[in-house]
Design a protein around this ligand. Structure first.
Ligand SMILES: C[S@@+](CC[C@H](N)C(=O)[O-])C[C@H]1O[C@@H](n2cnc3c(N)ncnc32)[C@H](O)[C@@H]1O
Length: 332
């Protein structure tokens, strides 16, 4: 089984995909303790180190390096400041690439990187990665949308793949597996949430729907794919059990009836991110521990926020399953 090292691993979305594609993820890292807890509850075999990646001096040898450095500086929901320090964490990925010199790597980032304001960051990533190690890498990138790979959610992400130059093998991104270009229809909200209860009390954010929330349409029907799952629980899209929203002004929407409305729960968000039971090592739905390792105070009233956050940050496993599965067989 080829080995992989994962950085910015979160609760394991990217790694679940890589594991499904046949890799053994031998080391993972994230700064968030709760991401570590969720990861190990579902993928217990990995050596998961909690802490700032900048404090990790050495990495184990591996054939694949995976990393989804954070994107707060230029994501749609973030503060879009192109020179924030968090935007340069890709240099840590480049450092690991130089040290490990794996046969291939997969990195992921938000699609906003393609825009002109942030383009210099993308160009620098491509440069750093292509020059890494003794041989350098042939680097390819493409924007992929998760719903074209069997995920019940629209989620555009930029995926960067590199293959060590000495292999001299081109990489071809996988084509859609779902949707009109294929024989398989999109995986819908109804498909993803099959078997889950309609009103899972205590598992969804029931904060009021403030004006900002109602400044756009937050609802999709059962037969559609979901809007993008975000990490901030107050911004989570509406469950289709909620009444429709009607537009009454440029940026003002109202519920068409007074029937109860709610956001997706964190468990539903996990399914809509593609964490279907087949992607965990125990073959069930994602397990979410009820406490955080090392947390001094009782954070239980905040657990909902932590659960939503790690799930909203994740890469859909089926997306990385498809990308890792498209790598050429260079592992023997
Ligand atoms: C886009 S998320 C990655 C999600 C993950 N790959 C998954 O699929 O679940 C980025 C992650 O980087 C982590 N992170 C941010 N700064 C970090 C740092 N300095 N060292 C390690 N991890 C960091 C965040 O906590 C977050 O979990």
């Amino acid at each position: 089984m080829p080995t992989a090292v994962s950085l910015f691993s979160g609760c394991g979305g990217s790694d679940a995909g890589v594991i499904a594609a046949g890799f053994d993820v031998i080391m993972a890292n994230d700064v968030l303790a709760y991401a570590h807890d969720v990861y190990l509850a579902n993928f217990p075999e990995t050596d998961y180190r909690v802490g700032d990646v900048q404090t990790i001096a050495n990495f184990p040898a591996a054939e694949l390096l995976v990393g989804c450095y954070p994107c707060q500086g230029f994501s749609q929901g973030g503060a879009r400041i192109a020179n924030r320090k968090i935007n340069t964490l890709y240099l840590e990925f480049a450092r690991a690439l130089n040290l490990i010199q794996p046969k291939a790597f997969i990195a992921e980032n938000v699609s906003g990187l393609r825009r002109s304001t942030y383009r210099h960051l993308l160009e620098d990533q491509l440069k750093q990665f292509s020059e890494a190690g003794r041989h350098g890498y042939d680097v390819h990138w493409m924007q992929l949308n998760a719903h074209e790979f069997g995920v019940a959610q629209e989620r555009k992400r930029l995926v960067i793949v590199g293959i060590r130059k000495d292999f001299n093998i081109p990489f071809v991104f996988p084509g859609p597996t779902h949707g009109p270009l294929t024989d398989t229809p999109y995986f819908t909200i109804a498909n993803a949430l099959d078997g889950l209860p309609d009103w899972p009390e205590g598992e969804f954010c029931d904060d009021p729907f403030h004006w900002y929330y109602l400044s756009r349409n937050r609802r999709r029907d059962w037969s559609e794919v979901s809007k993008t799952i975000v990490s901030h629980m107050r911004h989570m899209p509406l469950h289709p059990i909620s009444p429709s929203l009607l537009r009454i002004n440029t940026d003002k929407w109202v519920f068409e009836s007074e029937a109860p409305a709610r956001r997706f729960s964190y468990r539903e968000a996990a399914r809509l991110q593609g964490f279907m039971p087949a992607y965990t090592s125990h073959g069930g739905d994602m397990i979410f521990p009820e406490s955080i390792t090392g947390a001094k105070a009782d954070f239980s009233h905040n657990m909902l926020r932590h659960k939503y956050r790690v799930i909203g940050n994740a890469v859909p496993p089926p997306l990385f399953h498809a990308v890792a599965g498209a790598l050429p067989n260079i592992w023997d």
